[in-house]
Design a protein around this ligand. Sequence first.
Ligand SMILES: *Cc1c(COP(=O)(O)O)cnc(C)c1O
Length: 415
Amino acid sequence: MKKPGFETRAVHSGREDLAGLGVHAPPIDLSTTYPVGSMGGIGECFDALAQGGPLRDNPIYARLHNPTVVRFEKALAALEGAEEAVAFASGMAALTAVLLAARQGGKHVVACRPVYGGTDHLLDSGLLGVEVTWTHPHHVSRALRPDTALVVVETPANPTLALIDIARVVAQAGEVPVLVDSTFATPVLQNPLALGASLVLHSATKFLGGHGDVMGGVVATNAGWAARLRQVRIATGGVLHPEAGYMLHRGLATLPVRVRESQRGAMFLAKRLASHPAVSRTWYPGLPGGDAEGLLGRQMRGPGCLLSFEVVGGAKAAAQVMERVELLTPAVSLGSVDSLIQHPASLTHRVVDEKLREASGISAGMLRVSVGLESPEDLWADLQRALEGVRLLGHGGGEGSEKSRCPSGDAVLVG
Ligand SMILES: *Cc1c(COP(=O)(O)O)cnc(C)c1O
């Protein structure tokens, strides 16, 4: 049979066993432990799971295996064209597991800024004993060392929406595996494994769940990496709850429709923002100049559902817009059915050193919008009204670098 199309896989993957069970919706298995029955073979069963291998017969304990979570993993793997996927309690738990599993190959990681603020912090803090070299995506090969175990990139990048040429990074990395954080693209718009990446990571909290009510993370990869990731997950315990697994699996069915519709709204808003007098800059891959390396169509199937823009008047003006919107919700995170607006310099990227932040293009007046499924016209009316206040503030006020009052030592690691 011909390989089913993406939309068909989104609806049907991970449900192969349901007809046999005589049910239509996947059951949620909440067991923390499973009766062992006969003791014959249970030891081997345990050993196989603990080494990250497949389920033999008995799941034994919920930290080792959960059938509801496995359905989500199978479905996500089908959408990424991966052999397997491994789900975690959050995107950061997923990244932690990758970094720990990669340590077998050395302690050095090469990464490209900007990345998600929490990723930046986890890598830069050395918390997991990782040594990081930050470099430009074109200079990855120069940054490699004999003990480099992993290259980490995020595309589209957060919050500048810059696109990185995945195939080019893979070519430069040579034997070193490349991890792509593809949270912003979703499997609808991009499949990094097909471009040679070894691992693709999603904060499932965002588009995969899609309704702002479930937290999770997932890594799609080959069977060897998947076994190592499960081994780390069993050892460190960052498991996805089965109810979250159910909700994420359900979210995948509507993912293609949600992403395409939000993308349509994002294109509409990006064009209007780009020509608004109170907006000094707009970042969106679908705008002229937004895709410097010509990756749309080649690497990404569309420009996506996020955009950023810089308001004239810096941090103060940006704060005003955040306070004046009524339909958009001023909040971190992204990928929900409703639109969210946030200020990267003081929220998602506040843990990043101010100089590095500005060097990677995150200015004080920048706002990031995650476009949801509302009527684009209504969203534009809301933004336009909020920007009207900025114009009244007058140009050139409050020049960028105004510091937020939160003590900068308190890391706020949010998306
Ligand atoms: C949110 C986010 C993460 C972290 O995921 P959590 O589910 O919040 O732990 C990682 N990468 C990107 C790009 C994100 O947006």
